[in-house]
Design a protein around this ligand. Structure first.
Ligand SMILES: [Fe+2]
Length: 398
């Protein structure tokens, strides 16, 4: 059986030469009826890892079926990516304002904007669209917003990055999609970059493209690099402010001191390779959560490797947050330039499955309280840790 797929409509702003492989719409498959043990599911799994984003239009999907579909990609996973019902109890967590667990299926989160009534077990629930105002160091003026400017809110992958392993996939189901004119994301980083996109589009940047765009010396750092995340990273950064591009934090020493965080254990801290190997294609994806990194390790070059122009040829352990963030920003910023960002233009009842270990994504858009948005999101703390580059990759890129 071969599943019918068509390329996603790529916006004219995108550099199509780098994105021919990216994103497919799956046709003729009812996502609520996929049997996890079927050949059909295996084919969908292959498609997901090859194309990073799969879209199903006109999906009808209960939270129970969404959980089952998400779990099919990692059958022994059981908990939401941040642990079930944990974020609601943690007022300091920066995600506390935007995620609400659906009572019957706590692995599925309700996110969105405005107030919904009698909705999936909630008599009344006020939802708050993530906004750059609560999070970025600088803000758009009311005049700019009235003129249709907005920002990326947070470039990230869905992962707790402490205690729980990064989810393999995220499913995102657009039940109520707000309508309104397009808005223009402004980067405000001195480059003049801007990107027009549909209202409240979800923006995707590929970790594969992010790696491909690097110059040789940074590819070498990436293939030798590991990042160490802070304990309780979403509490750690709760007192700091993000860059105007939404790609990481300003280094101003405003993080919560480690001894003032909720109790933590060294054994639950995560150290992951910078590059994660795609389990189907073998491609390397630069997958680093820019907000949450505290330290960077770079292995030394092996004997016989080219040293001319190499960065950190004898290895490094970076602990200065400014240095850590500057290096990551240099590595990640090229791939969120307008020509490399895919903003998804949501239709009501779109279901997206994305390879959470292969892309970064960001909420965008500025919504008014009467612009209702209700989406169901599910990702599950994985049963394994991501796999880094193998020896051949290191020989090739170091
Ligand atoms: Fe997310």
């Amino acid at each position: 059986m071969t599943i019918d797929t068509v390329p996603l409509p790529l916006p004219p702003t995108l550099d199509a030469s780098k994105f021919q492989w990216f994103g497919r719409e799956v046709r003729g498959v009812d996502p609520s009826a996929i049997d996890p043990d079927s050949e059909q599911f295996k084919e969908i799994e292959q498609l997901l890892y090859k194309h990073s984003v799969l879209l199903f239009r006109n999906a009808i999907l209960s939270p129970e079926r969404q959980y089952a579909l998400t779990k099919a990609f990692d059958p022994t996973s059981e908990n939401f990516g941040h642990g079930n019902n944990k974020i609601e109890k943690d007022k300091q967590n920066i995600l506390n304002r935007t995620l609400r667990s659906i009572p019957r299926v706590p692995q599925v989160q309700l996110i969105g904007n405005g107030t919904v009534y009698d909705y999936e077990g909630f008599p009344e629930m006020r939802l708050e669209h993530a906004s750059h105002h609560t999070w970025h160091k600088t803000h758009l003026s009311p005049e700019d917003e009235a003129a249709g400017y907005t920002r990326f809110v947070r470039w990230h992958m869905d992962a707790a990055l402490y205690e729980f392993q990064p989810p393999r996939v995220t499913t995102l189901y657009g039940r109520i999609v707000p309508k309104g004119p397009k808005q223009v994301v402004r980067y405000d980083d001195g480059t003049g970059d801007e990107l027009e996109m549909p209202l409240a589009a979800t923006a995707y940047a590929s970790g594969k493209v992010m790696f491909e765009l690097l110059p040789r010396e940074l590819k070498s750092v990436a293939v030798r690099g590991r990042v160490k995340y802070a304990p309780h990273p979403y509490v750690w950064v709760s007192t700091a402010k993000a860059k105007s591009t939404a790609l990481g934090m300003e280094a101003e020493g405003k993080e919560v001191p480690l001894d003032e965080l909720p109790g933590w254990e060294e054994s639950k801290i995560q150290v992951t390779p910078m590059l994660w190997k795609n389990p189907v294609t073998g491609n390397l994806h630069l997958q680093v959560h820019p907000y949450c990194v505290a330290e960077i390790f770079v292995d030394p070059l092996s004997e016989g490797a080219r040293r001319d122009g190499a960065l950190y040829p004898d290895g490094a352990h970076l602990t200065d947050l400014k240095e850590v963030r500057d290096l990551l920003y240099k590595m990640q910023r090229p791939a969120i330039s307008p020509q490399y960002v895919y903003p998804h233009d949501w239709h009501e009842n779109d279901l997206i499955i994305f390879h959470n270990r292969g892309v970064l994504h960001s909420v965008t858009g500025t919504l008014q309280p009467d612009q209702i948005r209700a989406y169901h999101q599910c990702n599950l703390a994985a049963s394994d840790s991501p796999v880094g580059p193998d020896e051949e990759d290191i020989r090739k890129w170091a």
